[in-house]
Design a protein around this ligand. Structure first.
Ligand code: SAM
Length: 333
C-alpha cells in the first residue's frame, strides 16, 4: 500500500499535487542550469585527480527527486519513484541533462529507484546486455555496467574512504565483508596489503571483484575470494583460527533469505555483527563500519574497543554532501 507522508525517508518534504507538464518543463530547466554549473565546478578538479565518476545532482531541490551521475562521459539519471510524476517525467529530465552536458542519447541510462525498505530487487539483474567499461578512480581502474543492474558496480560515495583504507593497508591482512565488486580489496591490495579476503554472497559480484583485481594487475595467491553469507563465513573463520588486522564492513540495510531463514536489519543487528567481526581482529587493528541506512541509530555501548570514531565528515566526498549518503565509523581494536 502506498503511504502518504509529509516527509520522505530522506527528510525531504514530499511534493504535494501532481507535476503538470508546465511544472515538468520548469524542473527540466532548473535541473539543466544546476548541472551546467556543477559540471563546470567539479569536472576540471576531478579530472586532475584522475576521477572519472562523480555525482552532479542529488535531489538538490525537494521538488526534483532526481539523481544524476557522471560516468566518464555517460550519464545515469535516476528518480526516486513517486505517484506525482508520470512515465514521461524521467525521460524528460534525462534528455534535459543530456542536452546541457552534450551527451548523446545512447549514453544515457535511466533508473527508477524505490524508497521502500527491503533490498529485495536491489541486487537483481535488470538486463543481460553485459555491456561493461572501465572507469578510473585515482590510481585504480574498475569495471562498471550501467545497463544490467540497479547499481553500477562502483559506489563513488566511498572513494575517499578508499583513500583512508589505502593509507592503512600496507602489510595488513585485510578483510572485506559484503564486498560487492571488490573496490576496497583493490585499494588494499594496491597499497601493499599482505593478504586480502573478499566475502560476498553473490557469485556475480565475486567474479566482478576478481575481474577488478585482474584489471589492476593485482590478482594472485595472496588474495582470496569467498562466495558466502557473511555470518556463516565469520563463524567458519573463527573456528579455523583466521585473524585479520584491517577490515571494511558495509552491510546492506536489510536482507532476508527465506530458504535459510536468515534475516538482517542493520539497525537491529549491527552490534552483534560488529562483535562477531571483532573476534577475528588482532590487537591494534582497525575495523571500518559503514551503512547507508537513512535512519541508522548506532548502538555501540556493548562493543569492546579502544576507540570508536565517527568518520563521516571525512568519508563523504564533496559531490555527495547534500544528503545522508552513508555514515562511517572507525573502530580501533
Ligand atoms: C552495500 S553493498 C556493499 C558495497 C561495497 N562495500 C562497496 O563500497 O563497493 C552490499 C553487498 O552485500 C552483499 N550481501 C548481501 N547480503 C549478504 C550476505 N548475507 N552475506 C554476504 N554478502 C551479502 C550483496 O551481494 C552486495 O554485494
Amino acid at each position: 500500500m502506498h503511504q502518504v507522508r509529509n516527509f520522505s525517508q530522506y527528510g525531504q518534504p514530499v511534493l504535494k499535487g501532481l507535476v503538470t507538464p508546465e511544472k515538468a518543463k520548469i524542473h527540466a530547466q532548473t535541473l539543466a542550469n544546476s548541472l551546467r554549473k556543477k559540471f563546470r565546478h567539479l569536472s576540471r578538479r576531478f579530472k586532475r585527480e584522475g576521477i572519472d565518476c562523480f555525482r552532479l545532482y542529488d535531489w538538490d531541490s525537494p521538488d526534483i527527486r532526481v539523481v544524476v551521475d557522471w560516468y566518464a562521459g555517460r550519464l545515469v539519471v535516476a528518480e526516486y519513484e513517486r505517484k506525482q510524476t508520470g512515465p514521461e517525467y524521467l525521460p524528460q529530465m534525462a534528455s534535459a541533462a543530456a542536452a546541457v552536458l552534450n551527451v548523446s542519447s545512447n549514453k544515457v541510462y535511466i533508473r527508477r529507484r524505490h524508497t521502500n525498505i527491503t533490498d529485495a530487487p536491489r541486487y537483481k539483474k535488470l538486463n543481460v546486455k553485459g555491456e561493461r567499461f572501465k572507469v578510473r578512480e585515482r590510481n585504480l581502474w574498475f569495471w562498471v555496467n550501467l545497463s544490467d543492474f540497479l547499481d553500477t558496480g562502483l559506489f563513488s560515495d566511498h572513494r575517499d574512504t578508499r583513500v583512508i583504507i589505502g593509507k592503512l593497508a600496507k602489510d595488513k591482512d585485510f578483510l572485506n565483508l559484503f564486498a560487492y565488486t571488490g573496490t576496497f580489496t583493490c585499494t588494499a591490495a594496491a597499497a601493499g596489503a599482505r593478504t586480502t579476503t573478499t566475502v560476498d554472497r553473490s557469485q556475480t559480484y565475486i567474479k566482478w571483484a576478481k575481474d577488478n583485481m585482474l584489471l589492476n594487475g593485482l590478482l594472485g595467491p595472496k588474495h582470496q575470494f569467498i562466495q558466502s553469507d557473511v555470518k556463516k563465513y565469520l563463524a567458519c573463520a573463527l573456528s579455523q583460527g583466521k585473524r585479520f588486522s584491517l577490515a571494511f564492513l558495509d552491510p546492506p540495510s536489510f536482507y532476508k533469505n527465506e530458504r535459510e531463514q536468515i534475516s538482517f536489519d542493520v539497525n537491529r543487528d549491527h552490534p552483534e555483527l560488529i562483535r562477531e567481526v571483532l573476534k577475528l581482529m588482532l590487537p591494534g587493528s582497525d575495523v571500518f563500519f559503514s551503512t547507508n541506512h537513512q535512519r541508522f541509530e548506532p548502538r555501540f555501548e556493548n562493543i569492546t574497543a579502544k576507540e570508536i570514531i565517527k568518520l563521516t565528515p571525512q568519508t563523504v566526498p564533496e559531490d555527495y554532501r547534500n544528503r545522508n549518503v552513508h555514515n562511517c565509523w572507525q573502530i580501533k581494536v
